[in-house]
Design a protein around this ligand. Structure first.
Ligand code: XLS
Ligand code: NI
Ligand code: NI
Length: 441
């Protein structure tokens, strides 16, 4: 049975192609600095947005037309697996990612939910045998069901904590069964609305406990995935405990988890936190904490998590610059945690959206590699900080000075001379690289 009958496998046709079902920039086999594009980019398909999502929003019903709509319950879950693997093959995806509830419906009890999962996981495992697509990461949805109204690991209700922990246990087993590269924690309801009813210390301590238990259990069952925390500043709660990379890092350090976790950084969460995407990637990178990426983008005029497919080339260039500087994403990847707009409701739109996202990151990769080859940022940044290469600057960074010596030095200064930061010049150069990289093709 084919779910996308009219669509053939998407291949690379180059920047001049007018075929909407072809890659213009993503050429999986093309080598860039010793690695293929496919190895650099490690694209993942988000199961929830592409196969489970119905495109409803707070003001209206779902609009998505999906070839598997006619099924219900476990039949629907099975149809989605078939459709998913057909999609993975046609879009040439190396990876996918899911929450437990995306792939199998929750039952009336935890036991029944686990049985549903077992059935679908066995089916996915079977499909994976004949597919090149691997599991980038899995996670459990500990936020949608009403039981998580006050949180999961940070709930005031210990029974809910236990239930959430049981779901994490199962999630780890599922990850092991399917050979997941990573295991993700996004704390959907791990935050609070008001301090009038919240013991923040208890909640955060418990969250730390849950993460430790998860790591212990993963070790016990020999599941060696990389653990990832996905920060998000708000939504659904007004104060999420993993606000951004900086606060998440402080959390991990405080609870002795910094050697166990890295970050899964989502572009739209970065901008919700008042940062740029590249800021979050950079912060994680310089602390050795960049693990994986949820590739999407927010709407510049809207203040919520719109999860658009990434098409902003300026942003993909700067993101790929950080990823290249990180020497790649290791076991992580670029997971399209992105959904088509409510008005883009056809199955074809799923292909167009992924092609747009993959091409945007491929273009970003090429431009970023050229910037690095030409030392564009490195030269400017190196020059800007050269005062720390000799004299008093070298004393400061080598720890050979103190406040008294610095006062003595400052008293002897006759003038302080600053240089231009050259921001506009840099932006013009990035534009030039963006526009010339593909100009002659
Ligand atoms: C929601 C999050 C979610 C995580 C996985 O905003 O991005 O989709 O990636 O739970
Ligand atoms: Ni995400
Ligand atoms: Ni998100």
């Amino acid at each position: 049975m084919s779910y996308f009958k009219n669509i053939n496998t998407i291949t690379y046709e180059g920047p001049k192609s007018t075929n909407p079902y072809a890659f213009k920039f993503y050429n999986p086999e093309e080598e860039i600095n010793g690695k293929t594009m496919e190895e650099h980019l490690r694209f993942g398909i988000a199961y929830w947005h592409t196969f489970t999502e119905d495109l409803s929003d707070p003001f209206g019903a779902g609009t998505a037309i999906r070839p598997w709509d006619k099924y219900k319950g476990m039949d629907l879950a099975k149809a989605r697996v078939e459709a998913a693997f057909e999609f993975f093959e046609k879009i040439n995806a190396p990876f996918f990612a899911f929450h437990d509830v995306d792939i199998a419906p929750e039952g009336d009890s935890l036991k029944e939910s686990n049985e549903n999962l077992d059935t679908i996981v066995a089916m996915i495992k079977d499909y994976m045998k004949d597919s090149k697509t691997k599991l980038l990461w899995n996670t459990v949805n500990n936020f949608s069901h009403p039981r998580f109204v006050h949180g999961a690991g940070s709930s005031n209700n210990a029974d809910v904590f236990a239930y959430a922990a049981a779901k994490v246990k199962k999630g780890l087993e599922v990850g092991k069964e399917l050979g997941a590269e990573n295991y993700v924690f996004w704390g959907g309801r791990e935050g609070y609305e008001t301090l009038l009813n919240t013991d923040m210390k208890v909640e955060m301590d418990n969250l730390g406990r849950l993460f430790h238990m998860a790591k212990d259990y993963a070790k016990e069952i020999d599941f060696d995935a990389q653990f990832l925390i996905e920060p998000k500043p708000k939504e659904p709660t007004s104060h999420q405990y993993d606000f951004d990379v900086a606060s998440g890092y402080a959390f991990l350090q405080h609870y002795g988890l910094e050697d166990i976790f890295k970050f899964n950084i989502e572009a739209n969460h970065a901008t919700l936190a008042g940062h740029t995407f590249e800021h979050e990637l950079h912060y994680a990178r310089i602390h050795g904490m960049l693990g994986s990426v949820d590739a999407n983008q927010g709407h510049p005029l809207l203040g919520w998590d719109t999860d658009e497919f990434p098409t902003d080339l300026y942003s993909t260039v700067l993101a790929m610059y950080e990823i290249l500087k990180n020497d790649g994403l290791g076991r992580g990847g670029l997971n399209f945690d992105a959904k088509v707009r409510r008005g883009s409701f056809t199955p074809e739109d799923l292909f167009h959206a992924h092609i747009a996202g993959m091409d945007s990151f491929a273009a970003g990769l090429k431009v970023a590699q050229r910037l690095i080859d030409d030392n564009v940022l490195e030269d400017v940044i190196g020059e800007r900080y050269q005062s720390y290469q000799q004299g008093i600057g070298l004393d400061i960074v080598q720890g050979n000075t103190d406040l008294r010596k610095l006062e003595e030095y400052a008293l002897g200064l006759t003038e302080i001379k600053n240089e231009s930061g050259k921001l506009e010049s840099m932006k013009a150069t990035i534009n030039q690289y963006l526009l010339t990289t593909f100009a002659s093709k």
